[in-house]
Design a protein around this ligand. Structure first.
Ligand code: PLP
Length: 468
């Protein structure tokens, strides 16, 4: 980009559209993570219209921009309906799942501090499968993460193990500020035992957050009843659910709900200790775009309950089909007992083993992108697959590609860590096939891996770097 001379609108848009060619396709079901495509005709036009209408609005101040409060209230009411919340349930629209999770942690910390004093460092207890956003929340808000291993067979945390962890903390005089459960978790798609754990926490006075960032817009519509996960369960204090995942809104919209207005208000930041306007921020940002809010509102109104139900029917059909294919493939197995719509596969040890990282590279050669997940705790390395309604449109291609990819790498040795690859990345960037890179990352000690990742990612946006 030459910043000395102004470019024309045509040139700018041409450049932007050209850059989009660097990306994998965001529609059509070929990318099995990050994007959630309902395959509904006209939805992009609706989103463009809603976004355009709200481009100049500042979501910072609903007392000035009354439209923002109306949209937000409507989305919260819809989310409350999905989670079976009563009139005691309120919340906020946030910029995404991470922000919703961060705010639930902040609220829990404020409530804990009010009871136990400002000075303490409270603990957050969660299964290892809880999203990394909760580690981030602990880092940002000064909590200590206490992660409990899941049972590698079922993929869910044994309720007794989690209760024992909490009871140990209570006995040590440091009751946790929050217990986090997932419905479902991202890595392997299993739903935690909310029904047993949340009421047990209520008896101990410990709040439970259910992270339904993935499940909130799908679990209410499954043909088979999911395990209990919402506000009907005693002890569930807060829930996060993402409009920009299975709500099919563009990125930038999630909801965090609380049972109890005081718990919602504990997430706010308000400040009058400066000479400017009184600041009241419900979420992490100050000025905020209202475009994602308007787009989410538009998509929710366009789909309605019937649209979401129909989308889930398509996902559930594709999941059944895919599961049957995976179960029939030697050398691969599904991790735990996922409910859907997320599945992780790993290798079945033996001469026919299909290493998941090799499998992901082979699947990419056949036009589908799965996500590599390094081994952690007692869970093996795996390939993550997010299924969306359009997966149903490409299910035959997908199962054929999966079968062929597994065949291509069956019995091929699993890649191991190779520190030489770090030098290679520094000199030449990331290679096409990532199996060895992921294996190297997996082998790095946890105190080294984050720094290495940050260096690679920061390099991507470094003006001194070489990019197209
Ligand atoms: C269960 C769960 N929680 C939280 C998040 C974080 O959401 P986001 O990426 O929108 O910040 C994700 C993202 O995949 C998720 O799957």
């Amino acid at each position: 980009m030459d910043s000395e001379t102004a470019a024309t609108t045509h040139e700018i848009l041409e450049r932007l559209n050209g850059l989009r060619e660097l990306d994998p396709p965001t529609h059509g079901g070929r990318v099995l993570s990050y994007v959630y495509d309902p395959g509904i005709a006209g939805l992009d036009e609706l989103i463009t219209g809603a976004t355009t209408a709200f481009l100049p609005v500042n979501g910072l101040d609903p007392t000035t921009f009354g439209s923002v409060a109306v949209l937000e209230r409507d989305i919260i009411a819809f989310a409350r309906q999905l989670t079976n919340g009563d009139e005691d349930v309120v919340g906020s629209v946030t910029s995404g799942g991470t922000e919703s999770c961060l705010l639930a942690v902040k609220s829990a910390r404020e409530v804990w501090r009010a009871a136990h004093g400002e000075a303490g460092a409270p603990t957050l207890v969660a299964p290892t499968t809880a999203h990394a956003a909760f580690h981030k929340g602990c880092e940002y808000f000064g909590l200590t993460m206490s992660a409990v291993d899941v049972d590698p067979e079922t993929g869910t945390v044994p309720a007794g193990a989690l209760l024992a962890r909490v009871d140990d903390l209570i006995a040590a005089g440091n009751p946790p500020a929050l217990v986090v459960l997932s419905a479902p978790n991202y890595p392997i798609g299993t739903i935690d035992d909310v029904e047993t754990i949340a009421p047990a926490m209520a008896e101990r006075g410990i709040p439970v957050h259910v992270d339904a960032c993935v499940g909130g817009f799908v679990l209410p519509f499954y043909p088979q009843e999911p395990p209990a996960w919402d506000f009907r369960v005693r002890g569930v204090r807060s829930i996060s659910l993402d409009a920009h995942k299975y709500g099919y809104a563009p990125k930038g919209a999630s909801v965090v709900l609380y049972r109890g207005r005081e718990h919602h208000q504990a997430q706010y930041f308000a400040c009058v200790e400066w000479p400017g306007y009184p600041v009241v921020n419900p979420t992490m940002l100050g000025s905020r775009s209202a475009t994602a809010l308007a787009a989410a509102w538009a998509v929710i109104n366009r789909l309605g309950i019937a649209g979401y139900r129909n989308a889930v029917e398509r996902i559930a059909g594709a999941t059944d089909h895919l599961t049957r294919t995976l179960v029939g493939l030697p050398g691969l197995r599904i991790v735990g007992e996922p409910f859907g719509p997320l599945i992780a596969v790993t290798s079945e040890p033996g001469p026919d083993a299909v290493d998941p990282f090799n499998f992901i590279d082979a699947l990419k050669d056949r036009g589908f992108l799965a996500q590599a997940q390094p081994a952690f705790g007692n869970l093996p390395r795996s390939a993550h697959l997010t299924l969306t309604p359009v997966t149903a449109d490409v299910i035959d291609d997908l199962t054929a590609a999966i079968t062929a990819a597994a065949e291509a790498v069956r019995g091929k040795p699993a890649p191991r860590g190779n520190l030489g690859i770090v030098k290679q990345i520094a000199a030449q960037g990331l290679p096409e096939d990532l199996a060895e890179v992921m294996a190297t990352l997996e082998a790095l000690p946890p105190e080294v891996a984050p720094g290495a990742l940050v260096q690679v990612l920061a390099g991507l946006i470094d003006p001194e770097g070489a990019l197209p």
